[in-house]
Write a protein that binds this ligand. Structure first.
Ligand code: DGL
Length: 281
């Protein structure tokens, strides 16, 4: 049996949980011919409060699983994983890995009017300093204000997207940004795009109505398209098949998943279960 050419293989995308579906949806919209295999490590989410070593260990398993599914590249949709650096995930093979930090920074610098840039992320992402470093690689000395927002992920998972508690938490987190000259806020976490409305209202009230909020999902989709082109991996045949794997029982999370997989159509999807604890490719 002949193996399919690599370009026909699916794109692999993984996240600590379901938030990465915001990135997968953007990739699916931008590249409708491409097949996608998504993995959400729902049994071990959240990663954002764990140590770097644990995050990297979990992420390596996720990459192995996607490799075993025959993917042609891996999009690391999780900011917390991307922030630890993709070098720790490389296993000596040629599989290209794409993280979310650089695309998000590029998108922010495109819209920023030269003011300070705020980064909202999980404690692990903020501790890593990855966003600040990526901004300073491109614009040395640009002021960056980083805010860990540990309560945002559970609030999104709870579905409290338009809730007074969420608004109060957003005020608490964005309060320190007053008088910092911030003109752009990067949503440095897969879950935060669902809080865009609350964050925008809070920024308007506490900072300025002109603050731009950047979510990296579409920037990541754009980078994925470029990577496929430059590596000759664009799928030539019609595809668009999407498979979704989770590491915990699917029924527990399927209603949350539909919130993240916002494809703007009636397309439904099925979550398949995989147990990664004993997974040895
Ligand atoms: N996916 C994570 C991120 O983008 C958020 C959820 C978690 O803490 O695992 O940072």
């Amino acid at each position: 049996m002949s193996l399919p050419p690599r370009a026909q293989a699916p794109i692999g995308i993984f996240d600590s949980g379901l938030g990465g579906l915001t990135v997968a949806a953007a990739v699916a919209r931008a590249l409708p011919n491409e097949d996608i295999v998504y993995l959400g490590d729902t049994a071990r989410v959240p990663y954002g409060t764990r140590s770097p070593a644990t995050v990297v260990r979990y992420a390596r398993k996720n990459v192995s699983f996607l490799r075993a599914k025959g993917v042609k590249l891996v999009v690391v949709a999780c900011n917390t994983v991307s922030a630890q650096g993709l070098g720790g995930l490389a296993d000596g093979s040629e599989l290209p890995l794409l993280g979310v930090i650089r695309p998000g920074v590029r998108a922010a610098l495109e819209v920023s009017r030269g003011g300070a840039i705020a980064v909202l992320g999980t404690p692990a992402t903020i501790r890593s300093n990855a966003y600040e470093q990526a901004i300073h690689e491109r614009v040395p000395g640009r002021p960056v204000v980083q805010i860990p927002c540990p309560l945002f992920v559970p609030l999104v998972e709870e579905g409290w997207l338009d809730h007074d508690v969420t608004r109060a938490v957003a005020k608490e987190y964005l309060g320190p940004l007053a008088d910092t000259g911030v003109d752009t806020i990067i949503l440095g976490c897969t879950h935060y795009p669902l809080l865009t409305q609350v964050i925008r209202e809070t920024a308007t009230e506490l900072l300025s109505p002109d603050v731009v909020i950047v979510d990296s999902a579409s920037a990541v989709a754009h980078s994925t398209a470029i990577l496929l082109e430059t590596t000759g991996l664009v799928r030539s045949a019609e595809g668009g098949d999407h498979r979704f794997f989770v590491t915990d029982a699917p029924d527990r999370v399927s209603s949350v998943a539909t919130r993240f997989w916002d494809m703007g159509d009636a397309r439904s999807f099925e979550l398949e279960h995989v147990d990664l604890v004993d997974f040895n490719p």
